[in-house]
Design a protein around this ligand. Structure first.
Ligand code: CA
Length: 252
């Protein structure tokens, strides 16, 4: 397993490298975003996880993350930053970050999170490997086809490749079809985060999913807002099993 450490503080980068190598990971390092991008593109075998600082010389961590996401929507990105504001976290998640840890951090927690992300990646890769005679992991409703194995969403002829977190959230909605899900529960279950992340992140991601799957994102038929309570996913609005959709009112 190969980890790309993007960190301009030499001492910290060296410490991270040492500890990751102790865990048996291969480590490559970059002190700025541009170098990180070229290392990321050239790495063979590819990078399995990125540990990313936000305050970097030149290209910021946010931009770096966004650029990595343009190359690879799947690779886990863990941001390690001295920035503790909720807006910074929200912005990082909007750029495609999977996890956010603030400095100073506890090493065992960092290592546990890294292990966790790598395990999930390995499991996803195993699932995506062609399995003979297995039904493709598709979920269909209306014009929407979610292909969990190929990591794609098709709506009519429109094909979208969502980010890992967008897909995780969509899968979560599908798995809890019909249930009213509060923002804090969604955060806890999908983000693996302590609740210090703003629940606004959930709203942002719901907005992004609606743009992908809803005919009219401002009048959603599938990912419904339940006033004061959260969200509810309905695959087939109007079907006998679905209770009538609630009006999409003000957010709580
Ligand atoms: Ca820095």
């Amino acid at each position: 397993m190969k980890i790309l450490v993007v960190e301009d503080e030499e001492a910290l980068a060296t410490g991270l490298q040492f500890n990751f190598e102790q865990e048996g990971y291969e480590v490559i390092r970059a002190g700025d975003g541009l170098l990180a991008l070229s290392l990321f593109k050239e790495a063979r075998p590819p990078v399995d996880l990125v540990v990313l600082d936000l305050m970097l010389p030149g290209m910021s961590g946010y931009e770096t993350c966004r650029a990595i996401r343009e190359i690879d929507t799947q690779v886990p990105v863990l941001v390690l930053s001295a920035r503790t504001l909720s807006e910074d976290k929200t912005q990082a998640f909007d750029c495609g970050t999977d996890q956010y840890m603030t400095k100073p951090f506890a090493l065992p927690e960092l290592l546990a999170r890294v292990r966790n992300l790598l395990e999930r990646r390995a499991a996803a890769a195993a699932l995506a490997a062609p399995a003979p005679a297995a039904e493709p992991g598709e979920y269909r409703f209306g014009e929407v086809v979610i292909d969990f194995l190929q990591h794609q969403i098709r709506v009519g002829s429109q094909l979208t490749v969502p980010t890992a977190l967008e897909m995780d959230l969509l899968r979560y909605f599908v798995e809890h079809e019909g249930a009213v899900l509060s923002r804090s529960r969604i955060l806890e279950d999908v983000w693996d985060e302590q609740a210090d992340l703003s629940t606004r992140s959930v709203d942002n991601f719901v907005m992004r999913l609606r743009r992908i799957i809803e005919k009219n994102p401002s009048e959603p038929q599938h990912i419904l807002s339940v006033r004061g309570r959260g969200y509810r996913f309905v695959a087939r609005p109007g079907s006998p099993s679905a209770t009538p959709p609630l009006p999409d009112g003000e957010e709580d």
